[in-house]
Design a protein around this ligand. Structure first.
Ligand code: 5AD
Ligand code: SF4
Length: 388
């Protein structure tokens, strides 16, 4: 039906981190300029986009099985265009077409600005040429490195009260388990003037609560460093509150805590993944800090940032993790008492250094450790909420 062919509605499903949440919004904003409306009803969309995560196998499995559902969207009247974007696109590139032939286009995280042009190509083919061969063709873009600054200024915001603002893209840490540097590329910092401008644009639209985003947010460095950026953000007229995620312990300092304590608009909240409490495993993970260093940081944080919230990420079952390593993590968590923590079972990832280590903690044992830490943290979280 002609009507369906010209329907300009896009459905975007987002998996993974806040960076992906923001990227989906950026994609919706870019397509909005082409007349597309974002819809939450998949059945009425003529463009379906899956914004994917590769951080653990589990996240990828969800996409492989979820994609099956969209097969119908291609064969019913809509002849929907299906795109797979984000980290999995970068991880598997064209191989995705073999496993999921219903996918029409693939776009990596650094190429999202090309999405409107790609979608338009398919539309022209569909509306005018009606050539099956063209409809069946595949497009992929996974070679980009720099996102044009304009993409952050489409003005489209999903949430009317809160905005994510990307300050840096990618990560250069190369923790041995982590796929991020391979799928999102090395750390690139946005110009601080562009960041401030984007926040001011949000404030103009009465969004007064923002979160600065970076895979390693506190490694930020342009003409100003991270702490100087926080001061500039704090000075923005009309902004009421802001926070930042995710920090790396190695880039965290007493000066950062002092800034958090003294800048009135910063939320007293720190997400500081420790990943493991074992000295040996921290080294194998290539985290770049010791258990002692982490514990000293936390002590300083609690002293300087009064009543500051503290959260963390933990991985259990990293290659070579013995019972005593696990106990070190368990005890660290008992000692630190995070307000909350995300606990993950280690998942071997392509491209990473740890992929070459034997994944030698049996699944059952990973599960046991996972459950033990979850139970411990549940208890601690409850107690801390009670005390708050
Ligand atoms: N296996 C399990 N968890 C992982 N994370 C990152 N890579 C892996 C992996 N290979 C976790 C880390 C990180 C969070 C976003 O995901 O804890 O902080
Ligand atoms: Fe997942 Fe990492 Fe990509 Fe975010 S950056 S979507 S956590 S792989």
């Amino acid at each position: 039906m002609e009507q369906q062919v010209t329907t300009k509605k896009v459905f975007i499903r987002t998996l993974g981190c806040q960076m992906n949440v923001r990227d989906s919004e950026v994609i919706a904003g870019l397509l909005g300029k082409e007349g597309y409306q974002r819809t939450t009803i998949e059945q009425e969309a003529s463009v379906i986009i899956y914004n994917t995560c590769s951080v653990r196998q589990h996240a990828e499995n969800k996409v492989w099985s979820g994609l099956g559902k969209f097969r119908k969207a291609k064969t019913d009247n809509r002849k929907a265009i299906i795109g797979l974007v984000g980290c999995m696109a970068q991880n598997y590139k064209e191989a995705i077409f073999e496993r999921a032939p219903q996918v029409d286009f693939i776009v990596g995280p650094s190429d999202i600005h090309k999405i409107p042009e790609i979608v338009n190509k398919f539309r022209v083919d569909k509306a005018q040429l009606r050539d099956r061969k063209l409809l069946e063709r595949k497009i992929w873009e996974t070679n980009g490195s720099i996102r044009p600054e304009e993409i952050y200024h489409s003005g489209f915001r999903e949430d009317k009260n809160h905005a994510y603002v990307v300050i840096s893209e990618g990560c250069s840490n190369f923790c041995s388990y982590c796929i991020v540097p391979y799928v999102r590329g090395r750390l690139r910092n946005r110009d601080y003037k562009d960041i401030i401008k984007e926040i001011e644009e949000a404030v103009d639209r009465e969004i007064t609560n923002i979160t600065l985003l970076g895979q390693n947010v506190n490694a930020y460095k342009s003409a100003v460093n991270f702490i100087e950026l926080l001061k500039l953000v704090n000075d923005i007229n009309g902004l009421k509150q802001f926070s930042f995620i995710t920090s790396h312990p190695r880039d965290t300092s007493i000066d950062l805590f002092k800034a958090m304590a003294s800048l009135g608009k910063i939320k007293k909240y720190l997400h500081l993944p420790v990943q493991s409490g074992s000295e040996r495993i921290l080294q194998l993970m290539k985290r770049g800090y010791t258990r002692r260093f982490y514990l000293d940081l936390i002590r300083a944080y609690r002293k300087i940032v009064k009543d500051g919230i503290l959260t963390s990420d933990i991985i259990v079952g990293f290659p070579g993790e013995k019972e005593e390593d696990f106990q070190d993590t368990y005890n660290l968590m008992k000692q630190v008492e995070f307000d909350s923590a995300y606990i993950f079972k280690y998942s071997p990832r392509p491209h990473t250094q740890a992929e070459n280590l034997p994944d030698d903690v049996p699944q059952k044992e990973k599960e046991r450790r996972h459950q033990l830490i979850l139970a411990l943290q549940k208890d601690i979280s409850k107690r801390r909420r009670g005390n708050a």
